[in-house]
Design a protein around this ligand. Structure first.
Ligand code: ADP
Ligand code: NG1
Length: 453
């Protein structure tokens, strides 16, 4: 057993002196190479796991109490009672991610005895940086709980079953996310990226470019989905629900029959099986102008503004000049095409083509989807100046990390160049910045599972 795992076990025995011998599970973070804000529409993504993770040492308890401690003092000890309806902690509390996993599994597995657990968490994924520390917490908590229930992963529940279940479960914290994070965290493979399709979940392993390194650069802008970034993130999935409803209505008019789209991605599959060009034309027809007000959407759908809020938008703030639905819809079409092309580029070992697609994706995320910020744009620009073949924001956006495709032979110069041009010159914070933590070459690690057995 590695020193880190032994240390975690020893720390567990100190914190929970009266508890049983702990077991350990691990869930890696992830970086998305391409395919941003497409998963919740059932459109593909292309992420890989990273060699940063959440580890949990755990032991079952006889009562229904779940106790949480963390090796990082920033996360204060806490606890809760396991039951059918687990009470939410305040937004931003770290125990909510554990609660999300238990609540989801309790419902799905029809648990009735609600066992407790002692947990000690150790994490190395920078939080709020677009690297899925939150989903790694959910997945690791779920694996610990399944073990305590006597139903370890790959028994009754396969990884392909668990991933969508935990994607739904994580909505407990208020995000309306898709299924990318939980799928790659559970199904990722060492040294490989995965193209992921949804509904049903399908994973295709693809090789990573041999002559390149994937490097993450932290913009130093925190994108906390436990805070302000939550509503900005949810604008994506919520406005796509409205796009789906309007497109569905247009198709019914065009085809003169009932059409049901579960997700926008259904346009490309099933009996509709439209091409990119047909979908782009349809979107142009439904969204002739850049912005659509909530009143215009209501008129188009033949319903009231109240109906729109109740069925699709919830309390999402409506800008006076309307939602940018045209550009958001366009991003879905172009990003879907880029993911397919990126998969082909990886299979053909064409790093240059992949780099160009990553850059085009960043431009679309910034201009059409509105999820970038000046710091991310600058960091992408700097990365290209320093020799990256491709660079883009990764994950939810609004801050966090960029992902960069860097030829292995220039790795050192790239790290120095980005440090000088972004952290020193642009942010002016070199004295306080911890470069190894900010510029991170990463490797794809194995998917989540038990450890040290
Ligand atoms: P991300 O993009 O990394 O998923 P979020 O803002 O969605 O960022 O979630 C970050 C939250 O995940 C943190 O505020 C914390 O509640 C939880 N979290 C992340 N890392 C840890 C950790 N090591 N221990 C406990 N909780 C963690
Ligand atoms: P991160 O970067 O982990 O917050 C979020 C969503 C994903 C996906 C990406 C954008 C959650 C848990 N994750 O990821 O489903 O939509 O944004 O591609 O909501």
């Amino acid at each position: 057993m590695s020193d880190g795992l032994s240390a975690l076990k020893e720390a567990f025995k100190t914190v929970y002196a009266e508890s049983g011998e702990p077991r350990i599970c691990r869930a890696p973070g992830r970086v998305n190479l391409i395919g941003e804000h497409t998963d919740y529409n059932g459109l593909p993504v292309l992420p890989m796991t990273i060699n940063r993770e959440i580890r949990i040492a755990f032991a079952p308890r006889r009562d229904g109490l779940v106790r949480l401690h963390n090796m990082d003092a920033a996360y204060a000890p806490c606890g809760f009672e396991n039951r059918a309806d687990i009470l939410h902690s305040a937004p931003g509390s770290w125990d909510n991610y554990c609660k999300a996993a238990l609540q989801g599994l309790n419902g799905c597995l029809e648990v009735t005895d609600f066992p407790g657990m002692d947990l000690l968490v150790m994490g190395t994924i920078p939080p709020a940086s677009g690297l899925s520390s939150s989903s790694a917490m959910v997945v690791a908590s779920a694996l610990a709980y399944l073990d305590c229930l006597g139903k370890p992963i790959n028994g009754d529940l396969s990884r392909l079953d668990l991933a969508p279940l935990l994607a739904r479960a994580e909505r407990y914290v208020g995000t309306q996310g898709g299924g990318m994070d939980q799928a790659i965290i559970l199904c990722g493979k060492a040294g490989r990226a995965c193209k992921i399709d949804f509904f049903p979940l399908r994973i295709e392993e693809v090789p990573l470019p041999k002559a390149c390194v994937v490097v993450l650069c932290d913009s130093m802008v925190k994108a906390e989905k436990t805070g302000a970034a939550l509503h900005r993130y949810n604008e994506g999935p919520l406005s796509c629900r409205l796009i789906r409803a309007m497109v569905e209505r247009q198709l019914e008019r065009d085809l003169d029959e009932e059409v049901r789209l579960e997700h926008l991605g259904d346009l490309w599959s099933g009996w509709l099986c439209m091409t990119d060009e047909e979908v782009a034309d349809l979107f142009d027809e439904v969204f002739p102008k850049p912005r659509t007000t909530i009143e215009e959407a209501a008129e188009f759908l033949g319903c009231t503004v109240g109906d729109i809020r109740e069925r699709w938008l919830g309390d999402l703030a409506a800008p006076e000049d309307g939602f940018p639905l045209k550009a958001r819809a366009r991003h879905q079409v172009t990003e879907r095409r880029r993911v397919e092309a990126a998969r082909d580029a990886l299979l053909a070992a064409d790093s240059r083509a992949l780099g160009e697609l990553m850059l085009a994706s960043h431009t679309s995320c910034a201009a059409d989807y509105g999820i970038s910020c000046p710091e991310l744009d600058r960091l992408v620009e700097v990365a290209l100046q320093c020799g990256a073949l491709g660079a883009r924001l990764t994950g939810a956006g609004f801050g966090g990390c960029t992902v960069n495709l860097v030829p292995a032979e220039i790795l050192e110069g790239f790290c120095i160049g980005v440090t000088e041009r972004y952290y020193d010159q642009y942010l002016g914070i070199s004295a306080g910045v911890d470069i190894p933590r900010c510029v991170m070459p990463v490797e794809a690690s194995p998917g989540a599972g038990p450890e040290g057995e």
